[in-house]
Design a protein around this ligand. Structure first.
Ligand code: URA
Length: 439
């Protein structure tokens, strides 16, 4: 078997065997196949796709390139949630303590910001002292003790994905359904879960902007999860406008505090309770999804979820002082409002543009080794459907980079559309899918 033959087969639209896929993934991981050949193979997959069997073999090869965590010694049905990436999407940080407070063990290995989307790890790290770099033995200990642990991908979890992802990032092969499925699911299958809730985003700020492609992605993710022996469900959700009001790491943690204290924005809480309700249901704490949603709401109303969050932060060595007194957190040097140039109703707030603006202000990375500024970002004052007067503040930007302010305000002005007509209601949650949706 040679890499050349396998690249040729995929280039010509042929189905690859399990052995051929393993040969490429393992060869790249152990550096016996050079990056230029793997790049060419990735592009052939990008152009010609993979069928269900190939995707399953690809995911399994990535999964077994590293450690597969066994959490069977921990009682209960272990459930995680994964989002395909969005703007202002801080749902993981709100729902992990809610689900854990409801009795569902949550093993959560999260990622960093990618392109215009934010990452759970960057947000958590904006809490002074919060550690996300525990090894697998400590991760297990913390889940046993707390019912939840929030960490980053270790060097032993799906190392093939880490290498392949970096290569995809520079070879224009990120937006490929088989490659996204293998990347996400190899990491999720490795973390020790029994069940998985997926939030597959579609719309301006999603990686899969097209609705039908997002459905295709959701179905393939479910298929791989189920084939891997995990109960997997997905919600197809709207990422046209940012979720909630805050975009940027510490700004989002501040919003999470409000959410856990029962004062969260309507859209963010609707999505959180839906996804968390599904976790509670799959975790067998309730018989139905609807009951799961009710339990999720009760955990917030009773204060149990907020208490759990404080316990998690303390256990993972973060400061709870700033959570009790967010006003003491360092402030960005520059704060500027975006002012409405006309009166009307907000028709659109383009989340891709808001996400890219937040990155320019310092909330994300342009180069892979850029340092994140936890204080940087954007706070919206209006959402789609709200009325606005000429001269009113639409958003506030926060940054330590004065050179970015004018261009970001210009970009944000184009991202907001104000109309004379009220836009029709838009759904936040389009669709629920599970294995019965695959036929
Ligand atoms: N998130 C991942 O982990 N991998 C992808 O390929 C896309 C989003």
């Amino acid at each position: 078997m040679t890499a050349y033959e396998i690249i040729t087969a995929k280039r010509d639209g042929k189905e690859l065997t399990k052995d051929q896929i393993e040969f490429m993934v393992n060869g790249f991981t152990d550096e016996s196949i050079p990056a230029y050949q793997v790049s060419s193979w990735l592009m052939a997959i990008f152009l010609n796709g993979m069928n269900h069997e190939e995707m399953h073999f690809y995911t399994q090869a990535m999964l077994h390139s590293g450690e597969v965590v066994d959490l069977s010694e921990i009682a209960g049905v272990k459930v995680d949630k994964h989002s395909t990436g969005g703007v202002g999407d801080k749902v993981s940080i709100i729902l992990a303590p809610i689900a854990a407070a409801a009795g569902v063990p949550v093993p959560m290995i999260s990622g960093r910001g990618l392109g215009h989307t934010g990452g759970t790890l960057d947000k958590l790290e904006s809490i002074p002292g919060f550690r996300i770099d525990y090894d697998i033995a400590e991760y297990k200990e913390i889940i046993k003790e707390m019912g939840v642990c929030l960490i980053g991908q270790t060097s032993t979890i799906a190392p093939a994905d880490k290498k392949l992802y970096a290569l995809r990032d520079v070879t224009a092969t990120v937006q490929s359904i088989p490659l996204i499925c293998g990347s996400i699911m190899s990491k999720k299958l490795a973390e020790g879960i029994d069940a998985l809730v997926l939030d597959v985003k579609t719309g301006h700020g999603a990686f899969m902007q097209d609705y039908n492609k997002a459905i295709d992605l959701a179905k393939n993710l479910i298929n791989i999860g189920e084939k891997g022996g995990k109960k997997t469900v997905a919600f197809l959700t709207n990422m046209d406008e940012p979720l909630g009001f805050a975009v940027g790491n510490w700004l989002e943690i501040k919003e999470c505090i409000d959410c856990l204290k029962g004062k969260g924005p309507a859209d963010l809480m609707e999505l959180t309770h839906q996804l968390c309700g599904a976790m509670i249901w799959l975790g067998e704490e309730t018989k139905t999804l609807e009951e799961g949603i009710e339990v999720s709401k009760r955990m917030v109303q009773s204060g149990k979820a907020w208490k759990k969050f404080l316990e998690i932060v303390e256990r993972q060595e973060g400061s709870t002082d700033v959570l009790h007194h967010p006003e003491t957190y360092p402030k960005a040097k520059y704060t500027k409002p975006l002012i409405a140039q006309s009166a009307g109703c907000i028709k659109e707030i383009n989340s891709l543009e808001v996400g890219l603006s937040a990155v320019s202000l310092g909330a994300g990375r342009i180069q892979w080794d850029d340092k994140i500024d936890p204080k940087a970002g954007i706070v919206l004052h209006k959402k789609v459907g709200d009325e606005v007067l000429e001269g009113e503040e639409l958003m506030t930007i926060f940054t330590d980079k004065p050179g970015e302010i004018d261009s970001v305000l210009e970009r944000l002005e184009k991202a907001v559309q104000i109309s004379n007509e009220r836009p029709g209601p838009k759904k936040l949650i389009y669709k629920f899918l599970d294995k019965s949706s695959l036929s």
